[in-house]
Ligand binder design. Structure first.
Ligand SMILES: Cc1cc2nc3c(=O)[nH]c(=O)nc-3n(C[C@H](O)[C@H](O)[C@H](O)COP(=O)(O)OP(=O)(O)OC[C@H]3O[C@@H](n4cnc5c(N)ncnc54)[C@H](O)[C@@H]3O)c2cc1C
Length: 288
């Protein structure tokens, strides 16, 4: 017989986790876990901790330097939120292409990244925005840059007794342009073959001041492109060469071949997407 516990507040949930480390499977929207229970019954849990009713894990809140999104907020709420649409349009876009509306009603942002799929749609965007994670534990919270969260295939930095409580995102730099693109087999309900998010900041002369990228489906985890960022830093947009970009992209990713795509296809598309992001930034107007 399986056990299903639905605590009413976060401290209660943390207490349950601390009392029996590793015993409960945390479930939020259940859109990943319910599928897994059917496809891999051997991994099905007998003890569930349902966090979907915790008020502390719900909602979006504007902060001094950006936004705090509680981990259990649905992707539907995120994609419709006026401040998200205005200031973090890449996140509104990635939430809107995660599955389809029925999934977005249940699926949470926290679940999307804690599930730790290399193809998670919102991961590249959070990497490009330089998000920070707030992680709750019975003995108090800790903060972690999102870039340090994914530690291997389906492995995260969450420790026993911890829950992801919120995702914090700062306002993007004033003169920055964002680019998000998901390449899949269909327009909806498709797992990404490759996806990218880029946030590129330039000055009035077109010199790149910062460049952050996130990609999915090109490595064992969602990843950044440190060599590409380094190559772009301080360079004039007009001086960027396609050959150089292709070269540095190869230094950063090692795509796999699977049922959705070949490694060569992913590498080629990844290079093209990086070039497209740079091209969009070149065309974007400098706004004061
Ligand atoms: C038909 C269908 C289509 C889909 N399409 C896409 C798609 O296009 N792109 C995409 O990225 N995903 C897709 N998904 C996967 C899924 O919907 C998302 O990953 C979703 O965001 C998961 O959120 P959830 O709340 O449902 O997670 P759950 O299934 O509840 O949990 C997922 C994992 O995260 C852990 N977890 C959840 N919340 C927390 C927390 N606060 N702290 C610690 N651990 C936590 C759980 O223990 C579990 O390991 C699809 C799923 C389905 C069924």
């Amino acid at each position: 017989m399986s056990e299903w516990i639905r605590p009413r507040h976060l401290p209660e949930a943390l207490e349950i986790l601390a009392a029996a480390p590793g015993s409960y499977r945390v479930i939020a929207g259940g859109t990943d876990l319910m599928v897994e229970s059917h496809l891999a019954p051997e991994r099905r849990s007998d003890a569930w901790l349902d966090i979907s009713g915790l008020p502390e894990l719900q909602g979006l809140e504007m902060t001094e330097d950006g936004i705090r999104i509680a981990a259990g907020t649905s992707l539907d709420e995120i994609r419709r939120h006026a401040e998200v649409v205005a200031h973090w349009p890449m996140l509104a876009a990635s939430a809107a292409v995660t599955g389809a509306p029925p999934i977005q009603n249940r699926a949470t942002l926290g679940g999307n990244i804690c599930n730790a799929s290399p193809a998670a749609d919102n991961a590249p965007v959070l990497l490009a925005y330089g998000a920070r994670l707030e992680i709750a534990h019975q003995h108090g919270p800790r903060w972690l840059p999102y870039v340090d969260f994914h530690q291997g295939y389906r492995k995260t930095a969450l420790q026993a007794g911890e829950l992801l409580s919120a995702i914090w995102i700062s306002y993007p730099p004033k003169h920055s342009c964002g680019y998000f693109r998901k390449v899949g087999t269909r327009a909806a309900q498709a797992i990404a073959k490759v996806s990218i998010a880029a946030l590129i900041e330039k000055d009035s002369d077109g010199i790149i001041q910062s460049a952050r990228f996130g990609m999915a489906s090109v490595a064992a985890t969602p990843c950044t492109l440190p060599s590409v960022s380094q190559y772009l830093l301080g360079r004039a947009l007009r001086d960027i060469s396609e050959a150089d970009v292709r070269h540095v992209v190869r230094q950063d990713i090692a795509p796999i071949q699977d049922i959705r795509s070949t490694a060569e296809y992913r590498l080629e598309i990844a290079s093209r997407l990086v070039l497209e992001a740079i091209s969009m930034c070149r065309k974007s107007k400098q706004e004061d």
